[in-house]
Ligand binder design. Structure first.
Ligand code: UDX
Length: 364
């Protein structure tokens, strides 16, 4: 009540969790729009910041119109956020671009003035375009990841090296090296959810977004690719102790939501493996996940690899890049590392006497 009464600009930044069918649940957005409508006494610019399907702006507008006091004016705008977990402040202060979707000059001028101090490129569009920019951007980044993972699978068969291929592709300015890291696929609370939502929105609008469905499928298959590699080195998984290094969906966060590690560990446990795991930040959250309840969480990476049949890298933490590999070799039952994030140099691993299996590069 206090915020809606006094402020000039109101950002809606509530969660839009996925429903069972992949559609975004917008009940929180509606509830907060109703609240704003009830307590607005003068002009407000209501800005949709949450990641929402196209046409949510229109629904917010309708909700405000239906519930606001008579004579109270407002504008609705869309201003999607592109922050990454672990670097949100840096991303906010130095954005590649700021997107504002507006319907009136007043809304446009207000947001331009608000963001001017950041000195960033500001793209002004209509509300629907701004909403689509968010979905299309995340989906495109996810497409890059699935594309490079598909190429990685071909590289393995062709005797090529995905790291060299990605580097060679990345120098082309039209392509760029970013988001061409092959591995066990993307996770986290944004990409899987946003892709699902974009597929759903497209379906609803009468377009079958087959490309995105393939992106999703390739991403899911990468988990199986890694499990196949583990099977190759330990033979039968049943009864084998496997050390897992890294649980979070990416480094520098403790976030376990939609982390590939969860799915991979659940499958390994399902096949009868004993899992010893270590992650620098996410173990507390991992402990709370029902499927991981039989995991033995370890104090450190060396503790995790001790006596294990092989070590599996699932998150590319710097701590793992700097491990004393000679020590790791001594502690493991067999000198075998399955690296789902390509953090080591295969040549060096061979020199050290490891059997090293990674993604899209020749194994040693
Ligand atoms: C993402 C978007 O980058 C951000 O703009 C949006 O606002 C929210 O979603 P975030 O989920 O924090 O951010 O992480 P990001 O760094 O994009 O990584 C997402 C997933 O992709 C991670 O699981 C990461 O491991 C994976 N990834 C990323 C790859 O597998 N390969 C890559 O080359 C890059």
């Amino acid at each position: 009540k206090e915020a809606a009464g006094k402020s000039e600009i109101i950002f809606i930044a509530v969660g839009t969790p996925p429903k069972e069918n992949g559609e975004a649940d917008l009940t929180h957005v509606e509830a907060v729009a109703m609240g704003i409508a009830r307590y607005m006494t003068s002009y407000h610019l209501v800005v949709e910041k949450s990641t929402t399907p196209v046409e949510t702006g229109m629904w917010i507008k309708r909700t405000l119109e239906a519930n606001a006091r008579k004579g109270v004016k407002f504008d609705v705008a869309s201003n999607p956020e592109f922050l990454r977990e672990g670097s949100a402040i840096e991303d906010f202060m130095h954005p590649d671009r700021i997107v504002i979707g507006v319907e009136s000059k007043r809304a446009k001028d207000t947001l331009l003035e608000l963001y001017r101090p950041l000195g960033a490129e500001i793209i002004v569009t209509n509300i629907n375009s701004a909403e689509i920019i968010k979905h299309a951007s995340n989906s495109f980044l996810a497409t890059k990841i699935s594309f490079i993972n598909a190429v990685a699978n071909i590289c393995e068969k062709a005797g090529a090296d995905i790291e060299e291929v990605a580097r060679g592709m990345g120098f082309d300015k039209r392509i760029g090296r970013a988001f061409l890291n092959a591995g066990i696929g993307f996770g986290g609370f944004c990409f899987p959810k946003d892709i699902e939502a974009f597929i759903h929105i497209s379906d609803k609008l009468g377009y079958d977004f087959e490309l995105l469905k393939a992106v999703k499928r390739i991403n899911e298959e990468q988990r199986a690719v890694l499990i196949g590699k583990i099977e190759k080195v330990v033979w039968n998984i049943k009864g084998k102790t496997i050390a897992v290094l890294g649980l979070a969906f990416k480094p520098n966060t403790d976030d376990m939501r939609f982390a590939p590690a969860v799915e991979i560990i659940e499958r390994l446990i399902g096949e009868g493996a004993v899992i010893k795991a270590y992650d620098p930040q996410s173990m507390e959250r991992a402990r709370a996940i029902p499927g991981l309840k039989n995991v033995k969480f370890c104090r450190g990476p060396y503790d995790a690899v001790k006596g294990a049949e092989c070590a599996v890298i699932l998150t590319e933490w710097n701590e793992f890049k700097e491990l004393d590999l000679k020590k790791v070799k001594k502690l493991l039952k067999q000198p075998v590392i399955v690296d789902g994030r390509n953090i080591y140099d295969p040549k060096k691993m061979k020199e050290l006497g490891f059997r090293y299996h990674c993604i899209g590069r020749a194994s040693s």
